[in-house]
Ligand binder design. Sequence first.
Ligand SMILES: [Zn+2]
Length: 320
Amino acid sequence: MLKRLSKLVLICLGAGIISSARAEEKNPWFNHNFSYEKVDKALENYDFNYKFYDINIEASDFYPGELIKIEIKEKSSVDLEEIILEFDNKKYPIGRLDKNSLISFIPLDLEIKPSNYSIKLKTKVFGKIKTEEYGIDVEKKEFIVQNIKLPKEKLRKSYPSQKDLERIEREKKEKAIAFSKITGKKWEGNFIEPLLEEYAKYGWAYGARRFYSGQERSRHKGLDYPVPLGTEVRATNSGKVVLAEELFFEGNTIIVDHGFSIFSLYLHLKDIYVKSEEKVEKGQIIGTVGASGRATGPHLHYETRVNGISVNPRSLKIID
Ligand SMILES: [Zn+2]
C-alpha cells in the first residue's frame, strides 16, 4: 500500500524480475514453429511475476473533486489481451493513445468518503488473468459554505412551475445524450483558463455547499468567475461542441467534448458564437459572459466533467 500520496504521485512499476529479452525468449507466442506441446512446456516455466506494462498514477491532490490520471505503457511487443480498471467497485474506460500507451481518468466525486481506496488493474496476457492493486489515500477537504439570495425575477428558477418542470426534464435528457458518447482524443496539450489571465484569477467556489433561502441545494460543481458582462469566453481545449443553447437553470450554455469522456461546460453566457457539432480550437472565442439562467449577476460558471463526474477544472492540469 502506498502511504499518503501528496502533491504529485508518480509510481513507476514493472522493472520486473526478469528482463524483457528473457521474457521474449520464454514467450511461446514468439516461437514460429508453433505447437501446443511447446506452448505447454513454455507455460510450465513461465514467470508470471513479469510485468508487461509500466503504470503512472498521477493527481494534483487526492481530495474529493480532483482528477486521477492513469497512464499505462505496454512493454516490448507484448499486447495486453484484456485490461480492466476498477476503482470503488466501478469500471472505468481505458482509451488508447498510441500503439503502446493507454490512458484512463478516475474522477473523485465531491461526495466520496475520505479513506483508503485501491485502483485495481486486471490484465490478461497469454490467457492468464492477473490483478494488481495500487492504494491511494483520499484525504478530507473542507469546502466553503455560501448563502445565496436570488433576486425576485430569478426566484422562479428556484420554484419551477409544472411547465418549467417539463422543460427541465426535457433538457436533462438532452444533456444526458450530449454526455453519453465517448469519442476519441480531441484535446491538444494542456487545458487553459476559459478567460484571459487578468480575469482567470477570479475563478473560485468549486465544491461550495450552497444554501438558497436557507435550504441546502446540490454542491457547486464548477468554478465561478465574477467578471464584467460581455467578457470573452474561450474554449479551454480543442474539441467538438455537443450543445449550444439556452437552458432553464444554466441559461445560455455551451458544452464541448474533448474526447475520452472529458467535457467542458460554459454557463450563464450572454452570447453564444458556436453551434452544436462545430469543431473548436483551443483558445477560440466561443461566447461572452452573461447572467442568464439561475445567476445572481454576471459571471461565468465553468465546469469540467470526466466520466460523468464534475471535477475541479484546475485538476485537469495533469492532462497534457
Ligand atoms: Zn456556478
